[in-house]
Design a protein around this ligand. Sequence first.
Ligand code: UDP
Ligand code: MG
Length: 318
Amino acid sequence: MKLLTLVVPIYNEQETVRPFVERIEEVWPQIASAMGKGATLEILFVNDGSSDLSRDVIANLKSDVARLRLVNLSRNFGKEAALSAGLHHACGDIVVPIDVDLQDPPEVIAEMVERWKSGAKVVNGRRTDRSHDGWFKRKSASAFYSLFERLADHPVHRDVGDFRLMDRDAVHVINQLSEQSRFNKGLFSWIGFEVDTVEYKRPERFAGETKWKLRKLWSLAIDGITSTTTLPLRVWTYLGAVIAFGAFIYAAFLIGYTIVEGRDVPGYASIMVAVLLLGGLNLLSLGLIGEYLGRVAVQVRGRPLYVVESIEEIDAGA
Ligand code: UDP
Ligand code: MG
């Protein structure tokens, strides 16, 4: 007996839930045959504080092929936290986080299972075509990955989202990490294990609208960098040293000059430039330290990543 758990975060998705389940039921035979005899399916919805009818829609679902469960969070904690909640409550031998809007095509799972059977503990889904994502999102994502690759100690896999297959061993390790600023992509690449990749085309969202506004994406990017690398902090030590060295030389020159040539009044411009430049650098580096310090504060408070309000068994399945 092998159990596959699909972890599905839900935030205001009343019109997408039902088609999602139908689509999964359609492709399940394919996945089941890849998994081999005795394959069973569990769909675990994590309701991330939806304010629409998502919860009722899910509560009324029925399925012949899958066991349906619902974890209700007490408010909207964000997709990263919802995924963590899902991973904690998943029972499967293999676990696949998947978006409810069918942007992660379920057919790919069968291929992932094949790779898993040949030994991979983590099988990433890589998007080859993001043409539906919009110019700005593509460009900003690509800029982020380039910056990240240069900074991070463990580069994340490019164009790999949360859609991936994980073996129980990998899930177990992820569940033990107690980090508060969750950047799942970073964690998944950090844990190691044998990794394989399956490529797919990312289709358009079929209903509803995206929940990732620019501000959320920006804070995810900052989270990603500050939770995986301390390089941005170290840069200031070197930059500070170079500037201090320059200032020291210049001061020596000024003293010499004044002794030899006497005092000379002009120099407003150079002083302003120096003051503004150093002031700007100071604020920038302080802000950077603040970003890290803020995360340390959050970690020290040690609040849980999410609060579970209730867990419901919707349908025990066949
Ligand atoms: N989601 C969530 N909590 C949030 C935002 C999104 O659980 O605060 C879920 C959402 O319901 C969907 C998935 O995360 O199942 C991906 O969201 P979306 O399609 O809006 O993101 P995009 O595909 O645009 O990156
Ligand atoms: Mg989407």
